[in-house]
Design a binder for this molecule. Sequence first.
Ligand SMILES: Nc1nc2c(ncn2[C@@H]2O[C@H](COP(=O)(O)OP(=O)(O)O)[C@@H](O)[C@H]2O)c(=O)[nH]1
Ligand SMILES: [Mg+2]
Length: 296
Amino acid sequence: MTGFRSGFIGILGRPNVGKSTLLNALCGEKLAIISSKPQTTRNRILGVLHRRGSQLVFLDTPGMHELDRALNRYMQGVISSVIQDVDAAVYMVDPTRAHGREDRMALQALPSAAGKPVLLAINKVDRAGERLVRERIDQILAEYEFDGVFSISALKKIGLEPLVERLTELVPEGVPYFPEDMVTDQPLSFSLGEIVREKLFEETQEEIPYATAVVVEDIATREDGLVEVSAVIYVERETQKGIIIGKGGRMLRKVGSAARVEMEEKLCKRVFLDLWVKVKKGWTDREGLLRQLGYR
Ligand SMILES: Nc1nc2c(ncn2[C@@H]2O[C@H](COP(=O)(O)OP(=O)(O)O)[C@@H](O)[C@H]2O)c(=O)[nH]1
Ligand SMILES: [Mg+2]
């Protein structure tokens, strides 16, 4: 297969800049969950863009930030390993947020230090005026050298084609890594758990979404075609359990029914979702418990 190009691309950036939205837009499928809250993504999420003559394997990452708890250290570890594995990276910025100290720290961690090309993608141009976009680009380029600059909107799918074309030039010639029908490497249990986590991020406030982990314990298809999914939401404290269950179980029903609807769309089958809430004291800062909850 001469002339075929393929490679791994890291999607990097601070929390909430739109990394997961970009992954989904590029791969044409919802692979990563999205929320308006920072630090929604906790794992590396792989998504493949198949084209004639090329294959780009995108790795979405948690946001680059500084918090120091076991879960945050785990998320930073995910970013570091992605940086090592990729052929090139896209560094995303939300221009509507001021450029500050944490942005500078994120820039220093980029894989161009290892000689890999990194493109700057200024996202959310549907919301930011041209002047603001220009100002951000100037500020960032004054501090860091990129291998290309792109203005995009991941949400509205604006400006993505030039970005993809440039990335295709940057990856080496080689064979495809994944068969054409494979868009992600996530097991179904992970994807279904993430759907529940997304609804928790949408419906709950303050520290609650950050205190939750979701483990899908069983997926079974009944004879009549109904898919039974059993999942447990883990929280850190009894009070959080009460909030997630809600008055008369209202909150849990709301989260459960929103998650069930999305699971049904994803599987094209009817789903029965059995959802439980359990307490694992202080799990976000305990390495052993993190592993038990699937963060390895
Ligand atoms: N207006 C606008 N919002 C966006 C765009 N891309 C992402 N968002 C929103 O930004 C928020 C964070 O997106 P997400 O993809 O979860 O960010 P991540 O934390 O970097 O993965 C969500 O509310 C998205 O809908 C965009 O191009 N334009
Ligand atoms: Mg994300």
